[in-house]
Design a protein around this ligand. Structure first.
Ligand code: ZN
Ligand code: ZN
Length: 432
């Protein structure tokens, strides 16, 4: 640098942030708990590519959805393909299920995924353009017990993370047998009140009238509160399916609310839709941590076969925000047992070799290889509260010796470098 000011400041893109070292613990914890519980229930991990063909989401997520209309990061490759950063996992997993012939495996096929998704949303507090999801999907079963199993697993994952006070919001949005008739009835009602709807909802009247049910504008909420509810217009099969779901939830003792306005934003949902919401001490809702539902018509969009399916997505950043708010900090690994100090180039390279021996022996070690002053290094050893320091000075390096220093009482012993791992193991065992 010649002292000239750099004119443009390069920063992370808006709505996307670095997961800093201290944040990693939270992500790892959510993954570890999710992975353990999902695996126990027979889910297998799958990691689809971050980019998929744009068509997959246009078809799968649905062209009339907010995600596809406004929020996708799409790009043209040099070869002319149109690709999109995944805004959600479900269409990718449905594609993978078909592409890898999982249709011929014993059904149902249970899959989970963890990773970032991308949505170009208006920037606001708690909204990110890159965020992580923990996804569960079950392909090949239409039984209501599967809907309940997914809700139950998510509920248990949140509980295992220490998040109490959860409530499940639940609705059924029917299937192609009944939702068409309901939409007509709903439209008739909404059109009568069209003048009072917000501009977005006026548009939704033509594209996706169901979405008006969960508009957040007060004027729309008021109209929706008097609207006919789908629950009263379900066909017999949908009605029975939903009844079973509720019975199972009752038997598991899970707390739920029937919410006629819960429709979820995506085209592919059929029958059960749910969210799991955290509440504070006063029962105020703190936002949805998990969302999902059944999507019996999605696979048919990509394949000739009709395969029922059900799944959900957990918002990892939202889960982490609640963990932080409630002081649920993941425990940090115990600090380094040993600090390695050195003096001179020969000692530095011997230190690096020794670190690998310590790693293989499972002894955690901290070092300051870039430092030369012994006293500065030993100060670091004090700072991290390592019970032992290892010191290789120039003289020790020449004789292949090393000093073990007990940091509590300053007592020092000198041993051969190739014996130090053994020696340390004995000492560490005695303080454990
Ligand atoms: Zn509205
Ligand atoms: Zn139905």
């Amino acid at each position: 640098m010649t002292g000239k000011q750099v004119s443009t400041k390069i920063q992370a893109p808006q709505g996307m942030s670095d997961i800093l070292p201290e944040e990693q613990l939270f992500y790892k914890k959510v993954y570890a708990v999710g992975e353990k519980i999902a695996s126990f229930y027979g889910f297998k991990e799958i990691t689809p590519p971050i980019l998929e063909s744009t068509e997959l989401f246009e078809k799968g997520t649905g062209e009339a959805t907010e995600i596809v209309e406004k929020q996708m990061y799409s790009l043209k490759t040099k070869g002319g393909d149109s690709l999109t950063l995944r805004p959600e996992f479900t269409p990718s997993l449905a594609r993978a299920y078909i592409e890898h012939g999982m249709i011929s495996l014993p059904q149902p096929v249970k899959l989970f995924s963890f990773g970032p998704v991308f949505r170009h949303e208006r920037p606001q507090a708690g909204r990110y353009r890159q965020f992580y999801q923990f996804n569960l999907e079950v392909f090949g079963s239409k039984r209501p017990i599967i809907d309940v199993e997914i809700i139950y697993i998510y509920y248990n994952i949140l509980q295992a993370l220490g998040i109490k006070k959860l409530i499940i919001e639940l609705n059924s949005i029917g299937d192609k047998e009944c939702v068409g008739d309901y939409k007509k009835i709903l439209l008739r009602y909404l059109k009568k009140n069209e003048g009072s709807l917000c501009a977005d909802c006026k548009r939704r009247l033509k594209t996706n009238p169901l979405r008006i049910m969960d508009c957040k504008q007060d004027r729309c909420k008021q109209i929706v509160s008097g609207a006919p509810q789908i629950i009263d217009h379900l066909c017999k099969d949908c009605h029975n399916h939903f009844k079973k779901v509720l019975e199972f939830l009752d038997e598991l003792g899970l707390p739920y609310n029937l919410n006629p306005c819960l429709v979820r934003g995506l085209d592919y949902y059929t029958r059960t839709v749910f969210e799991i919401i955290a509440e504070d001490e006063l029962g105020r809702q703190l936002g949805s941590l998990i969302g999902g539902g059944r999507y019996d018509n999605l696979i048919k969009l990509f394949s000739r076969k009709s395969i029922p399916a059900c799944g959900g997505a957990g918002g990892v950043e939202r889960i982490i925000a609640i963990m932080k708010e409630r002081g649920l900090n993941p425990t940090i690994n115990p600090g380094s047992r040993v600090f390695l100090a050195q003096l001179g180039d020969s000692a530095k390279i011997k230190s690096l070799k020794l670190m690998e021996d310590l790693r293989r022996a499972g002894i955690s070690v901290a070092e300051s290889l870039d430092k030369d002053s012994l006293s500065a290094q030993l100060k670091n050893a004090d700072k991290i509260k390592a019970p032992y320091s290892l010191i290789i000075g120039e003289e020790e390096a020449n004789r292949d010796m090393i000093i073990i220093r007990d940091m509590d009482n300053g007592r020092q012993t000198s041993v051969k470098i190739d014996k130090v791992v053994e020696e340390l193991k004995k000492k560490i065992k005695s303080i454990n």
